[in-house]
Write a protein that binds this ligand. Structure first.
Ligand SMILES: [Fe+2]
Ligand SMILES: [Zn+2]
Length: 341
């Protein structure tokens, strides 16, 4: 067989394209993903969201979940992981690991026929609120006791992706830094203890010092280190984590917390800061114009897609209809290309 396409395979391809085009034309702007992701045959894909388990109004969460499902179907993606970047549960989680919200807002919201993969979760500030019992304990218990995709072996942990022939190492952290006035100072808003903060920092440094077994390394934390959103830059994370990221060439930091989508780059900094906080909770106005500090920030509901090969990371922000808002790729050597949106 030669690599040249035979007339019949060209015809098949033509028919497939025609079908894809007419399907889009028929469905028009009725909430159907308009963006076809170029699927690299060797790429491993994962999707992620932050700030999703809203308590009062599920409209945003439901729209983003439908957008993700449409995007996966439309692009024939097979995501091998789903990342949940904290603020998993806003408000009341009566019953803890037995709350009905686990079914309605996780298991059924992101159904297994679409997201047939582990869901790696980290803790946000809302997860640390006591309503009426510890939601942190509930999330750890749900992971431990249920045969489910929900994966949270500890407050901070490591996983390699994909499981077979991994291409990227993830260090999933707990960014809930101790309150300056002590753990009880903010009422229901608990945090890590100072002992946990220093223990995690030592663990992070130890992990970063290990010889790399994958071409890429990313850190996950709910709170952004730098943000154009209302929460702004985080002085404790700038003090504790940022120097380690620079020293150990961390290529990517994924966060949520500000309810928007962002991608920030800094001259001479090895880390790309990619924020996905549009998973369902009420949106926030930006504080810094992305024209000043970017390349991208937008107040919008949406989700994000990471595609990894041995050569490059490709990151995309999509809106709740699965339409591409912003994309870039980063080579293993750190070269960044902004891709057309
Ligand atoms: Fe949030
Ligand atoms: Zn938050």
């Amino acid at each position: 067989m030669t690599s040249q396409a035979s007339p019949s395979s060209s015809r098949r391809r033509f028919l497939k394209q025609t079908f894809a085009f007419s399907a889009l034309a028929t469905l028009g702007s009725a909430g159907v993903p308009a963006f076809a992701a170029p699927v690299h045959p060797d790429a491993a894909d994962l999707l992620f969201i932050g700030d999703w388990g809203y308590d009062t109004d599920h409209t945003g969460q439901t729209a983003v979940a439908a957008g993700m499902a449409g995007y996966i179907r439309h692009n024939a993606l097979h995501p091998q992981a789903f990342l949940l970047l904290g603020d998993n549960w806003y408000g009341d989680l009566t019953g803890g690991a037995h709350s009905a919200r686990w079914q309605s807002q996780f298991e059924q919201m992101y159904p297994v026929d679409t997201f047939n993969c582990p869901a790696y979760a980290i803790l946000g500030n809302h997860d640390y609120q006591i309503y009426p019992e510890s939601k942190v304990d509930a999330e750890l218990e749900y992971a431990r006791t249920r045969p489910t995709r929900w994966t949270m072996p500890a407050r901070w942990y490591r996983f390699d992706f994909p499981a077979h022939k991994p291409l990227i190492t993830f260090l999933a952290l707990d960014s809930n830094m101790p309150h300056p006035r002590g753990p009880q100072a903010a009422g229901r808003n608990f945090t890590l203890t100072d002992e946990q903060r220093t223990g995690q920092l030592a663990w992070l440094e130890n992990e970063l010092q290990k010889p790399r077994s994958t071409p890429f390394l990313a850190v996950l934390g709910h709170h952004p280190i730098y943000s154009d959103g209302p929460h702004g830059d985080h002085p404790v994370l700038i003090r504790d984590w940022d120097p380690l990221f620079r020293k150990h060439n961390v290529q990517l930091y994924l966060a949520g917390h500000d309810h928007d989508l962002q991608h920030l780059e800094f001259e001479g900094h090895p880390t790309s800061f990619f924020l996905s906080g549009g998973g369902g909770a009420d949106l926030y106005d930006l504080k810094i114009n992305p024209a000043q500090r970017g390349p991208y920030a937008q107040k919008v509901y949406g989700f994000s897609h990471l595609s990894v090969t041995r050569e490059a990371l490709t990151l995309r922000h999509l809106d709740a209809n699965g339409r591409l808002l912003h994309a870039f790729s980063k080579s293993a050597k750190g070269a960044i290309s902004i891709l057309p949106a």
